[in-house]
Design a binder for this molecule. Structure first.
Ligand SMILES: *[C@@H]1O[C@H](CO)[C@@H](O)[C@H](O)[C@H]1NC(C)=O
Length: 325
């Protein structure tokens, strides 16, 4: 039965991929709100405070009535998974995020480290049989009624990865960079245009704006950001830089939110030159995570450290956000 379902699902995906990304439905709560936690750059078998961050996520998840988890990629270090039977999946995921509030769907994108292993393994249904929380696709949509989250596979955008000598990347699904990116952006644009959600969020592994170690990703600035601006996106969430940060765009309502501090953090590694300091509202180079809560009118973003202490809280309404620019 489940095999049949799987076959059907795969067929449907192929058919609808003509201009439309695969969609997962997460119904809003009866009070009309949606709450989730965003975490990035985490899978290190509990090391570098990963287990402590996981514990605090469980506690906060309980408190906010967590609906699901968003993972911004670099799910398994150092080189992703080597196959769908890699014990690292259980050791860094199932055995770490054990709190009852975290027994919800986890929606993940791939990071560059995931591409250094068998990227296909993380997309495999075998992992869902091992732990049914796991949903990892290249690009897809989570439709939570008032909030629509558009997950984008950002690793293939970065041109340097194709010429790197120190690492090899699993490009089996990316025979041509430009063709892949063009078709992804076309599908994203179509999906954004058709979206009727109050809040539109884009999630990718790489930062568009960051003052952390890696800084801005120029390909995303050039190719992804204009589509987001044209189509009324409110927030962009990413990992890659091992820190927590909140940066406002200068000429659009878009807020750039980095949550890449799920385990090993970059301490003291700041790159302030790439941004106007005025637009940086918050930066923390230790470990932690972020929560997000939405209603039809309001959004609340909160960043926490390994003690579960609130580091930065940002509350806005749709109206305020769009009239401030
Ligand atoms: C764990 O977190 C504490 C508190 O932020 C920090 O002092 C410590 O260095 C962290 N340990 C590691 C291994 O990152």
């Amino acid at each position: 039965m489940s095999n049949l379902c799987l076959v059907l699902c795969i067929c449907v995906t192929v058919v609808v991929s003509n201009g439309e990304l695969q969609r997962f439905i997460e119904p809003a709560k009866s009070d009309g709100s949606v709450s989730f936690i965003t975490i990035g750059d985490w899978g290190r078998r509990g090391d570098y405070n990963q287990s402590i961050v996981a514990y605090q996520m469980g506690r906060i998840g309980e408190k906010i009535g967590l609906d699901f988890v968003v993972s911004t990629g670099d799910n398994f270090y150092d080189n992703g998974l080597f196959s769908e039977y890699d014990p690292n999946f259980k050791e860094s995921f199932s055995n770490i995020y054990t709190a009852s509030s975290l027994q919800k769907q986890w929606y993940s994108v791939l990071g560059n480290h995931d591409y250094r292993g068998d990227a296909e393994a993380q997309l495999s249904s075998v992992l869902r049989e091992i732990d049914s929380r796991w949903v990892c696709l290249r690009s897809f949509i989570v439709d939570a009624e008032l909030v629509e989250i558009f997950f984008v596979d950002t690793t293939p955008f970065v041109k340097d990865y194709y010429t790197e000598v120190d690492h090899t990347y699993d490009w089996r699904a990316v025979p041509s960079r430009n063709t892949y990116v063009k078709s992804l952006l076309r599908d994203l644009k179509g999906s954004l245009k058709r979206s009727k959600a109050t809040w539109k969020i884009v999630v990718g592994h790489h930062a568009i704006r960051s003052i952390g170690h890696h800084g801005d990703t120029k390909e995303l600035n050039q190719e992804l950001l204009p589509i987001m601006k044209e189509n009324g996106v409110d927030l962009y969430m990413n990992g890659h830089d091992h820190c927590l940060e909140h940066i406002s765009d200068e000429d659009s309502p878009i807020q750039f939110l980095t949550s890449g501090a799920g385990s090993k953090a970059w301490r003291g590694d700041i790159n302030p030159v790439t941004n106007n300091p005025k637009s940086v509202r918050f930066y923390y180079d230790g470990q932690g995570f972020m929560s997000a809560r939405f209603t039809h009118s309001d959004a609340e973003i909160v960043f926490y450290d390994v003690f579960g202490e609130v580091l930065h809280k940002w509350v806005t309404s749709k109206q305020t956000l769009h009239s401030s620019v």
